[in-house]
Design a protein around this ligand. Structure first.
Ligand SMILES: Nc1ncnc2c1ncn2[C@@H]1O[C@H](COP(=O)(O)OP(=O)(O)O)[C@@H](O)[C@H]1O
Ligand SMILES: [Mg+2]
Length: 406
């Protein structure tokens, strides 16, 4: 039972930045009728949804507005806030707006009760330039292109699960995909596909997400892929059955791989105080973390030998980063070596050239050095003649880093 509220009183629970724009909208009427009140809803592609969702422009902003119960909109907005705090790619919450309605009479075994009939709205900022999910399944869209999308989705799932977040409604419709520019250490801005969590009603925060829950989340998502297939079939487009199975296998594999990388990165950060993504660069292979660790351990050994005193792993990591890793990667950037290997990050180049050095040395029976290793690596990757000159001049500078410091 509630006390009788004033009819159509509007409550604004909105971030002050957006308050003026939100207040301009006709909250006294249902959002499905706004077009009659001078508001022009934008025709924006959106995933299948249970609730009424509209997109509107108001002053400086464009909002996504979902009509929903008061309790859930409040929870959803606070979920978005917590997700952002945990560094997860998700919608920016604007707030929720409640329209107070007359209480509704509900018959119960103990007589008639009055329940709040309030209507509420979850408001988020519109994410623009999203790739339509249906495109993923059209024949023209190659498996290779689709893999980049599964990569982005696997990354989102790993981000969620390693941060103690269980989504509970992971579906294609609730995942927004778009191109984004991200800062890549020693490379600069790089365009990459990113997946966003849209629809945070069911999100739960836990100390950790168990293996069974991770499995359930993936399976739920796989089901959503099947629905998409069904929808497309119903809509007349065809696609071979196997495609979905391949997609699922790929996504599962990628998720497993990235989860392993994430675990190792955490351990690496605990031991060295270095966050790999922020300082070294993106890597997608767990063994690369082990290799970085091995280089730092070797550097630690070298430093202790040189100073006749024990050196801690953290000290060694710092010294290695400042006097070996950073100068090498800065050289890669200055000499535009990274451009010769499109798609590779500085961290991957560093590891791959170092690994090449190791194997070449093993084969010949003596240390071949960085320069030969880099030449050989460039040849393997089919870098053509004019660029080999650039590699040559870079090699000489690389030599000075290694002979100067080591
Ligand atoms: N801020 C936003 N920017 C872009 N798309 C959005 C935004 N909010 C919602 N959408 C799209 O609208 C769909 C429906 O919203 P959602 O919150 O999932 O509603 P429901 O709870 O009914 O499923 C989402 O799946 C997403 O595709
Ligand atoms: Mg949804």
């Amino acid at each position: 039972m509630i006390s009788s509220p004033l009819p159509h009183r509007i409550q604004f629970h909105v971030d002050p930045i957006f308050r003026d724009e939100v207040a301009q909208l006709p909250w006294r009427v249902p959002i499905s009728e706004w077009h009659k009140y001078g508001v022009r809803p934008l025709n924006i592609h959106r995933g299948i949804s249970r609730h009424v969702v509209i997109f509107v422009r108001a002053g400086r902003f464009t909002f996504g507005i979902k009509e929903i119960s008061e309790e859930i909109s409040k929870k959803e907005i606070s979920n978005y806030e917590e997700l952002l705090l945990r560094g997860i790619h998700t919608l920016i919450p604007v707030g929720y707006v409640v329209r107070e309605e007359e209480p509704v009479a509900v018959r119960t075994p103990v007589g008639v009760q009055y329940e709040a009939g309030n209507i509420s709205h979850t408001i988020t900022l519109l994410v623009e330039k999203v790739l339509p999910d249906s495109q993923l399944y059209t024949r023209g869209f190659s498996f290779d292109n689709r893999k980049r999308i599964w990569d982005a989705i696997a990354e989102l799932f790993v981000e969620l699960h390693t941060n103690g977040v269980y989504w509970g409604d992971a579906s294609l419709a609730n995942t927004l995909i778009r191109f984004e520019k991200v800062d890549e250490p020693f490379v600069g801005k790089k365009t990459t596909l990113k997946a966003y969590l849209a629809d945070a009603e069911t999100v739960e925060f836990r100390p950790s997400v168990s293996k069974a829950m991770r499995e359930a989340e993936l399976n739920f998502f796989f089901e959503s892929m099947e629905w998409m297939n069904e929808n497309l079939r119903a809509g007349g487009s065809t696609r071979d059955e196997l495609a979905t199975v391949n997609d699922q296998q790929y996504l599962r594999g990628r998720y497993g791989m990235l989860s392993a990388v994430e675990e190792k990165k955490k351990e690496f950060e605990r031991l060295t105080s270095y966050n790999i993504d922020r300082f070294l660069g993106q890597i997608h292979n767990p063994s690369y973390v082990d290799l970085f660790m091995k280089h730092i351990e070797e550097h630690k050994w070298y430093l202790s030998e040189r100073s006749y005193a024990p050196v801690s792993l953290k000290e060694a990591a710092h010294d290695w980063y400042e006097y070996v890793y950073k100068p090498v990667c800065e050289l890669f950037r200055r000499e535009k070596i990274v451009d010769l290997f499109p798609g590779k990050t500085a961290a991957e180049l560093y590891i791959e050239i170092m690994t090449n050095k190791y194997f070449l040395s093993q084969k010949i029976g003596k240390d071949v050095g960085m320069i030969q290793a880099m030449h050989n690596y460039a040849e393997k990757f089919g870098v053509t003649n004019p660029f080999l000159e650039r590699i040559k001049s870079t090699s000489d500078k690389l030599l000075s880093i290694f002979t100067g410091k080591l």
